[in-house]
Design a binder for this molecule. Structure first.
Ligand SMILES: NC(=O)c1ccc[n+]([C@@H]2O[C@H](COP(=O)([O-])OP(=O)(O)OC[C@H]3O[C@@H](n4cnc5c(N)ncnc54)[C@H](O)[C@@H]3O)[C@@H](O)[C@H]2O)c1
Length: 350
């Protein structure tokens, strides 16, 4: 698959450009995958859909995961072996959210380029250390914001013609996963940390396609954990204000693991109608009053995550060859993520 993916508003300002990377004619970008878990299946399938990119190497702390790799991929027994012996151009770090920082630092400090799964890390201090190390080593450092590559997001960015709907006044994003049932976090979700750290970043990455993150301010947040339920946030909610075309807008991001609901949506409030980007259904609706009218169904035979990663890797091939990394943009989004997690906003239910 070939194609282009529309950029973020204000991209030129938020992308940091590192040295242009020379790949001689027809040469493929080689990727090494670190972490062969749930999402790897979609990443591997997506890579096989994209010209100019190839998975060559992989490593997982659990060697039994090697069985999930295509036969052509070399599995390494240790991270050190992977970093020292792989000829990969980019190391995709797709391990549990709490481990991105440590593994990312190790790879960057060895002078190798990284594509970090979201969130890059879990604190503002770690974020600053990653940026400092990346600048010092001069390596390509980008973040895989898969949710922002949803087909519905891309379609609406390309089809919101003119000002028919007027200014964007606000938004309401709901990112809900059914990861807590019977008062327990499902074992496969523990590695994701909590609803806000895992999904707040996804919602923010979508919103940042419509509203430049530098204009978003958090006015209030609430991160709720419940004693005995092993996750950082059962629910994470944040309220935003922003400036858009001289107008002061407002928005809400709500993430929750305890509703037994698997649904991700972003509702954009324009002056003349609301647009519902239904990420789970890969569809776009126009909402007026009580009725939601389907205006585009983008589903195809691929899984939603395969579609996300296919578009993400198409963009990566261009960005990598042009030395265009999204770390500066990613930093702004993560600052909002962490700011909502400040101590004053934590609620522990006993
Ligand atoms: N689960 C999803 O739907 C989804 C979607 C998009 C992005 N992501 C992101 O992808 C990443 C991985 O998520 P997942 O759901 O695949 O997690 P997972 O827990 O299913 O898989 C993580 C893998 O990393 C391995 N691992 C753990 N510690 C390691 C270490 N120190 N070194 C090497 N390997 C290690 C584990 O053995 C496992 O195979 C996360 O950052 C998550 O935010 C997940």
């Amino acid at each position: 698959m070939r194609g282009s993916v529309r950029g973020v508003p204000g991209d030129r300002h938020s992308y940091r450009v590192c040295a242009r990377i020379e790949l001689s004619g027809g040469k493929m970008i080689k990727v090494a995958l670190i972490g062969i878990g749930h999402v790897a299946r979609y990443q591997i399938e997506a890579m096989s859909n994209v010209d100019g990119l190839i998975l060559t190497d992989a490593y997982d702390i659990d060697p039994s995961r090697a069985k999930n790799l295509p036969a052509s991929v070399v599995f390494h027994e240790t991270l050190q072996d992977l970093i020292s012996n792989s000829k990969a151009d980019i190391f995709l770090i797709s391990t549990p959210n709490m481990t991105h920082f440590e593994i990312g630092m190790e790879v960057i400090e060895k002078g190798r380029s990284v594509l970090l799964e979201k969130p890059i890390c879990t604190t503002q201090e770690e974020l600053e250390m990653i940026i400092e190390a990346s600048e010092k080593k001069g390596v390509f450092t980008s973040v895989a914001f898969h949710a922002s590559f949803a087909q519905d997001v891309d379609w609406w960015l390309n089809n919101n013609n003119g000002n028919e709907l007027g200014k964007l006044l606000g938004f309401n994003s709901g990112f809900f996963d059914p990861y807590i049932t019977k008062g327990k976090v499902s074992p496969i979700s523990k590695s994701l940390g909590g609803s806000w750290i895992d999904s707040g970043i996804n919602a923010l990455s979508v919103i940042s396609k419509f509203i430049h993150p530098s204009t978003l301010k958090i006015t209030e947040a609430r991160m709720t954990s419940i004693e005995g339920i092993e996750c950082q946030q059962v629910q994470g909610l944040s309220i935003f204000s922003f400036k858009n075309e001289g107008h002061c807008g407002h928005g809400v991001i709500d993430t929750n693991w305890s509703l037994n609901v698997n649904r991700k949506t972003t509702r954009l409030w324009y002056e003349n109608a609301d647009i519902l980007l239904h990420h789970s259904l890969e569809s776009v609706f126009r909402v007026e009053g009580d009725s939601a009218v389907l205006i585009k169904d983008l589903r195809n035979n691929n899984a939603r995550l395969t579609n996300h990663y296919t578009s993400l890797f198409v963009q990566l091939t261009t960005d990598y060859t042009q030395g265009k990394q999204n770390i500066k943009h990613a930093a702004m989004i993560h600052e909002l993520l962490f700011s909502a997690m400040s101590e004053r906003d934590q609620y522990l239910v006993k």
